[in-house]
Design a binder for this molecule. Structure first.
Ligand SMILES: Nc1ncnc2c1ncn2[C@@H]1O[C@H](COP(=O)(O)OP(=O)(O)OP(=O)(O)O)[C@@H](O)[C@H]1O
Ligand SMILES: [Mg+2]
Length: 456
């Protein structure tokens, strides 16, 4: 066994043989600390671990535990997969502890045994929260401010079905190769918890803090280790909370769960389109409505743009929130070329209202509509929905899930739809929908065609 000295950045986990005042990876100052690393020349061979043929393994059907919190189950891919490890990341105060406590409350009603570790709140604080959320805490075992070793012996003694670690940043170990609080300590502890959970058939929820400006030290570094990574987002000043899957070994990752934070806990919002639309009395420039797909569910979102004269000649600002900035730049160039509208003197801001994101190319045409609308100071009719991808030559291309998108628009009372020309046949497939009689469908072939429809 060889011992050598290593330096590790406590911000991002960078390791190097030399000390640096500034971390070469994340540029943090004075963040490198010395650690002792041992390096085995050759790892031990575990005699009872043997390779087996894949087809000799029994087919086990996964029986998911459906919590009944629809928004949570959906993001997990249809309920909790037994023995899975779920990481829930989020900014401080967003509601991670609330979510895991509510889930614990449901599971405990089904006679599941839950071990709840908290390293940042006292037992009284947790009890108060459980009371506020009307969680019957009788069967929830609480362990506060302990170490990994305490946790291990509690698991051995209590044999819980579920383990909740709140949060991964607040659990330390007396052993392990590195200093407490560092990224490698967190990785080590997570790996130990995963081993503990998998070998005892325990499902584990682990919460973790992330910071506003980046997720470096936080759960990002743990993502590859766990089965499911959920991020909980929301503006602390508003009550809206969005739960998103960043990684899911058992389901799709484009599902979102939408909640409202109330004094009684997180309330699922079943009709999210209502939340993201303003329902303005009059139309305003720079706004259009787009039915975004989140998994199999369509949610109407408001795309907003602000195009103003730039004070910085030759170097205008291009800022997008919730929309890919490269895609926005590309759309601006297409508008300039095809519609002959010069944007080079304009600052451009594009935003998806309410903290939602639009990652699909199907939102291109709606984004173009807001850009043109703000630039020309014309309004997009407020009963109009715009769907379509825009190609580099200005052609409007077909999109996926057109039927779900149009249906959601109709359901929310919209009657006019601009759609790709090649998908004009959508009316036929919507025949059964009652609102389709009053629907006006405007198929467009290219950007020029679209612009004509928008301005006349
Ligand atoms: N009495 C209350 N009424 C309404 N909302 C409340 C009440 N108490 C707490 N909250 C909400 O709960 C949030 C805190 O939730 P929680 O403690 O679950 O967050 P967290 O993500 O675990 O935070 P931390 O990073 O501190 O662990 C507060 O920001 C607030 O929005
Ligand atoms: Mg908490």
């Amino acid at each position: 066994m060889k011992n050598k000295t290593l330096f590790e950045c406590i911000e991002c986990g960078f390791q190097g043989a030399k000390y640096f005042g500034k971390c070469p990876q994340c540029d943090s100052w004075n963040s490198l600390v010395e650690i002792k690393a041992s390096k085995d020349e050759r790892g031990e061979v575990t005699r009872d671990v043997k390779a087996v043929k894949l087809n000799e393994i029994d087919n086990l059907e996964i029986k998911r535990e459906v919590t009944g919190i629809d928004e949570f189950d959906r993001v997990l891919g249809g309920g909790i997969v037994p023995d899975s490890i779920v990481l829930i990341g989020g900014e401080p105060g967003v509601g991670k502890s609330t979510l895991v406590m509510e889930v614990a409350g449901i599971l405990t009603k089904r006679d599941k045994k839950i071990l709840y570790y908290s390293g940042e709140e006292s037992a009284v604080q947790i009890k108060l929260r459980a009371n506020r959320l009307s969680v019957d805490s009788g069967n929830i075992l609480l362990l506060t401010m302990g170490t990994l070793e305490d946790l291990k012996s509690a698991v051995e003694e209590q044999k819980p079905d579920y383990l909740i670690i709140d949060s991964i940043q607040t659990i330390n170990s007396g052993k392990g190769p590195v200093i407490p609080g560092s990224v490698s300590a967190m990785k080590y502890i997570t790996a130990e918890i995963i081993k503990l959970a998998k070998s005892n058939h325990i499902t584990a929820f682990i919460t973790g803090h992330i910071t506003k400006d980046g997720h470096i030290a936080g759960p990002k570094t743990l993502e590859h280790m766990v089965d499911v990574v959920l991020y909980f987002q929301g503006e602390l000043r508003s009550d809206l909370r969005i739960l998103r899957a960043e990684k899911n070994r058992f389901g799709a990752i484009n599902e979102v769960g939408i909640f409202e934070m109330t004094k009684d806990g997180l309330m699922p919002i079943n009709d999210p389109s209502l939340i993201f639309l303003q329902h303005r009395k009059s139309a305003e420039s720079g706004i259009s409505i787009f039915p975004a797909m989140n998994g199999l569910r369509s949610i109407l979102v408001e795309i907003q743009s602000l195009v103003t004269e730039s004070p910085f000649t030759g170097n205008p600002r291009r800022i997008s929130v919730g929309f890919d900035s490269y895609r926005m730049s590309m759309l601006i160039s297409i508008i300039e070329k095809k519609l002959k509208l010069p944007f080079y003197k304009s600052d451009v801001f594009l935003n998806i209202a309410g903290g939602m994101t639009v990652k699909e190319t199907a939102g291109d045409l709606a984004a173009v509509a807001t850009l043109v609308s703000s630039y020309k100071n014309i309004t997009v009719p407020k009963d109009l929905i715009i769907i379509g991808e825009v190609g580099l030559t200005g052609e409007v291309r077909p999109v996926s899930f057109i039927e779900n998108r149009v249906k959601e628009g109709l359901r929310q009372g919209f009657s006019k739809f601009i759609v790709p020309y090649s998908q004009a046949g959508i009316r036929k497939s919507l025949q059964g929908t009652p609102q389709v009689k009053n629907m006006s469908l405007i198929p467009v072939e290219n950007l020029y065609d679209f612009y004509k429809n928008l301005t006349t």
